[in-house]
Design a protein around this ligand. Structure first.
Ligand code: ASP
Length: 439
């Protein structure tokens, strides 16, 4: 039978009503058998996440101040969830232990992890699933990386013992035996490790949006959702500013060829976005996503015959290296070359660096152009479709926008164009409208 791992984010578990939605989702399919909860998140805009209350409790304890107030809020959050769910569960002993441990100098990771730990106990009681502590399943090495061997061995044992379980997100056990958390938002990583560990057929990541959108809704109004995206496309989009899953959350399932399905707890019938490995998968549009960022500069170099000069690029690059500046793209012509650099990385040294490059390569001309925005048009369908670049360029030209730079990755997975920052919004909208006309 196929087996599904479900991770629920903090907003999916912010109160009893949300817990009920989660339980209904898990119960809806027999395959949904391993569940990874976050700590209760915000119920409304300026609410505080349980994790943040725990960080605050720990910080106060370290300063020798009382932390009763923050900790009482944690207790209250859980007690009202338990009461509203009508569960016969009493966490008093757990609260006492946690309070005592924080008081007695427990680590910040221990304190922060207790939100997921308690959330897991409550969800396990609600679902009537066994609760299995993540500290007995996920292990870290001395250097702080996940200890794959010990971890996946533990999951193998788990599946022999329990055919279903609730496993709290966000933490595991350090090499010295103490509790260690991932970075913030780390329950996504736990979900991915669990999916790999139990050999799931799919990793469902339940959150408060119905998957990824084709482009940024703050730039293009009401963009449509992406139905299927590959891991590679996702990396291109994330690099260019789309906020997607943390890289560490992708690796375990990607390695095991397990797809991720981003789903919405508040709209459970929406299929969400499916993230898959197969770069050749069919796609309904040649374009999967459009992402962009402001804040780039170009150092543009011109020199007749540069293409014949051995070591030209190296000499130019050595100047960047000397200033410890990395570049993002390097579009080039026969007699021209441009280093695209994040303006911030130039740290105000742009003019100096441009001059030094000019000297190093004996250029005919060097120019620093700032105020550039880059737009990445990403799609696995581009390789097979003809004329995509032409459509992008004419859409932008029709909007009366000058393209300052073009770069097509050799993977034919993306085309990147540079426009002036003040043209950014119009260019994004023009490209979106070309490929996704309002239907
Ligand atoms: N609760 C943790 C945080 O707020 C981890 C998570 O939600 O993924 O960062």
């Amino acid at each position: 039978m196929s087996l599904k791992v479900l991770k629920f984010g903090g907003s999916s578990l912010s109160d009893a009503h949300q817990f009920q939605k989660v339980a209904a989702i898990v119960r809806a399919e027999e395959e949904r058998r391993y569940v990874v909860p976050s700590a209760p998140g915000k119920r409304y805009d300026n609410d505080t996440k349980v994790t943040d209350l725990l960080y605050a409790s720990h910080a106060a304890a370290v300063k020798g101040e009382g932390f009763d107030e923050a900790f009482a809020r944690v207790e209250k959050r859980f007690n009202s969830i338990i009461a509203d769910l009508g569960l016969a569960l009493d966490l008093t002993a757990e609260f006492d232990t946690i309070r005592r441990n924080i008081q007695n100098g427990a680590s910040v990771d221990y304190a922060a992890s207790r939100g997921e730990y308690l959330s897991g106990i409550v969800l396990a009681a609600l679902l009537d699933f066994p609760f299995v502590d993540a500290a007995d399943l996920i292990f870290f090495t001395e250097s702080g990386a996940v200890d794959d061997e010990r971890t996946y061995e533990a999951f193998y044992e788990l599946t022999k013992k329990h055919d279903r379980a609730v496993i709290p997100g966000f933490y595991g056990r350090a090499a010295d035996g103490s509790v260690k958390t991932f970075s913030r938002g780390g329950s996504d990583i736990t979900g991915s490790i669990v999916a790999r560990g139990v050999r799931a057929s799919i990793y469902e990541n339940w959150t408060d949006v119905s998957g990824f959108l084709v482009t940024n809704p703050r730039i293009v109004e009401n963009p449509r959702p992406i139905d299927v995206v590959t891991f590679r496309e996702l990396r291109e989009l994330a690099y260019m500013g789309a906020s997607v899953l943390h890289e560490d959350a992708v690796l375990p399932v990607k390695a095991a060829n397990i797809p991720i399905n981003i789903r919405n707890t508040n709209e459970p019938d929406h299929p969400g976005t499916l993230i898959i490995n197969n770069i050749r998968a069919a796609s309904s549009s040649p374009i999967t996503g459009i992402a962009g960022k402001r804040g780039f500069s170009i150092i543009h170099i011109e020199k007749d015959g540069m293409n014949k000069e051995v070591g030209f690029t190296r000499r130019a690059l050595s100047v960047l290296e000397k200033h410890n500046v990395s570049f993002e793209h390097l579009p080039s012509g026969i007699d021209t070359m441009g280093f695209i650099i994040q303006t911030e990385a130039l740290a105000g040294q742009g003019e100096t660096i441009a001059r030094e490059i000019g000297k190093a390569v004996d250029a005919d001309e060097v120019e620093l152009i700032s105020g550039l925005a880059l737009i990445a048009v990403v799609g696995r369908g581009m390789v097979r479709a003809k004329g995509i670049a032409a459509r992008i360029f004419s859409a932008v030209a029709r909007a009366n926008i000058n393209i300052r730079m073009i770069d097509q990755g050799s993977s034919e997975l993306n085309i990147i164009i540079g426009v002036d920052e003040y043209d950014f919004r119009s260019a994004m909208n023009a490209i979106y409208a070309e490929f996704f006309p309002q239907d």
